[in-house]
Design a protein around this ligand. Structure first.
Ligand SMILES: *Cc1c(COP(=O)(O)O)cnc(C)c1O
Length: 427
């Protein structure tokens, strides 16, 4: 059924580490080989062996209006006719910047990059440059790309300096990042009490999407806002995943907490490589050429990527876009829980507009990374594979969120639930 995917993976294994250019794609611990896709259309992906899948990965977020949306394809095609990249400013960069600034409360000015990683990394440098401090606070289970300062895990004991979470990250640099428990408001207060004067910034996913889907508990984001403000540190929301997904203004609008800096990516590129650091003018102007913090990119603000991002944002700006997306996400999540219960499977499904997290757990609430790690790994693996064999493409890791797009209609949701019911009965 997946013969060609398997042979393509075998070939890839000899020329790329793990056969892939980004680790999660390797399906490690889930299946012996990933699926190779050839085409995306609306809610569907088609693989090299002729199978069709209802897709809940959506290129990890950008395909919020479905794959190959005609308006996005046409915007990219139009730009394509005029050239790919000039290494000089183009008008469309300003148009996309204005569009983002209109929607995202914290955004007064922004700098484009080519990936979320670059944007998060640059936001950290900017925060350090602006505050003239070096310590960074992040939260366990949040992912902010693979910049050195962000590939850090908690040291042993509360409030100790971090240690590298990857080979190749200097220990001395990791010491400058403190990792706390997500949703632990008291932990954040304690960290500021001890280290407050040295903290340049707190970076957080306002809705965590890289350990399944975990919304913030009440007061968590508000407290981070108060702590950073009162200690002269910056609050950075990493909305690479949530930006334009949970609403036009992102999670900051939803929870009415405005950060100093916002990191964006994924949807704002509509499937082409884009990231952005947005925020208060006074802070963003610390970037070169105006300010002393160096940041640059050959393909930053690339016109094709700007065209694709702009077309995608226009689609999500249509009336009731997020209202409908939220209804569908809620329906899918709640029905999954009901079906699991019927089959005696312990399941908790967290969801926010357009994203969900499937947790095989008897816990009522999943709030942090430890909760996620305690979920049933074997059940997830079985579920993932049964769903895949029944034409449902879920994220190939129990630490990743699922994404619903506006192209997922009644038929796709029903088909997904039927496959899930079958899977639950086999767990
Ligand atoms: C995907 C993601 C990133 C990294 O973006 P890339 O474009 O993959 O470098 C950063 N932060 C969050 C929250 C993400 O989901």
């Amino acid at each position: 059924m997946n013969n060609r995917s398997k042979s393509l993976f075998d070939a890839a294994l000899s020329v790329m580490p793990g056969g892939v250019n980004s680790p999660v794609r390797a399906f490690n611990n889930l299946r012996d080989h990933p699926i190779y896709f050839t085409k995306g259309d609306g809610p569907y992906l088609f693989d090299v062996d002729g199978n069709r899948y209802i897709d809940y990965v959506g290129s990890w977020g950008p395909a919020i209006a479905g794959h190959s949306h005609p308006k996005v394809v046409s915007a990219v095609r139009t730009q394509l006719e005029s050239g790919l990249s000039f290494g000089a400013p183009t008008e469309i960069e300003t148009v996309l910047a204005e569009t983002i600034i209109k929607s995202v409360p914290s955004a007064e000015k922004l700098r484009m990059t080519s990936s979320g990683t670059e944007a998060a990394m640059s936001a950290i440098r900017l925060a350090r440059g602006y505050t003239n401090r070096e310590l960074i606070i992040k939260f366990e289970g949040c992912y902010h790309g693979h910049g050195d300062s962000l590939l850090v895990k908690a040291g042993s004991g509360a409030l100790t300096m971090g240690v590298p979470d990857s080979a190749g990250v200097p220990k001395d640099l990791a010491h400058k990042t403190v990792t706390l428990t997500y949703n632990d408001t008291l932990g954040a207060i304690a960290a500021f009490r001890k280290l407050g004067e040295g903290i340049a910034a707190v970076i957080v996913e306002p809705i965590a999407g890289n350990m399944g889907c975990i919304p913030p508990v009440p007061e968590f984001l508000e407290t981070l806002r108060e702590l950073t403000s009162s200690h002269g540190a910056l609050l950075i929301f990493d909305e690479v995943m949530t930006g334009f997904r949970v609403g036009l203004g992102g999670a900051q609008k939803l929870f009415e907490v405005t950060p100093d800096l916002t990191v964006l990516g994924k949807i704002i590129g509509g499937g082409l490589p884009v990231g952005a650091i947005a925020g208060k003018t006074e802070i963003i102007d610390f970037f070169a050429p105006v300010g002393p913090v160096y940041q640059a990119g050959t393909l930053s603000g690339n016109p094709l990527a700007m065209a694709s991002g702009l077309a995608t944002i226009e689609l999500v700006s249509q009336k009731d876009f997020h209202k409908n997306l939220e209804l569908n996400t809620t329906k899918l999540s709640q029905e999954l829980e009901v079906l699991a219960k019927k089959r005696g499977v312990d399941l908790c499904v967290n969801h926010v507009c357009g994203m969900f997290g499937i947790f095989f757990s008897d816990q009522k609430r999943i709030c942090n990374l430890t909760d996620v790690q305690n979920c049933d790994e074997k059940k997830f693996k079985l579920f993932f594979n049964i769903m895949l064999e029944n034409g449902i493409n879920l994220a190939p890791s129990r630490f990743e969120a699922g994404f619903v797009s506006s192209a997922h209609g009644e038929n796709e949701l029903e088909a997904t639930l039927r496959a899930a019911e079958k899977a639950f009965s086999m767990l």
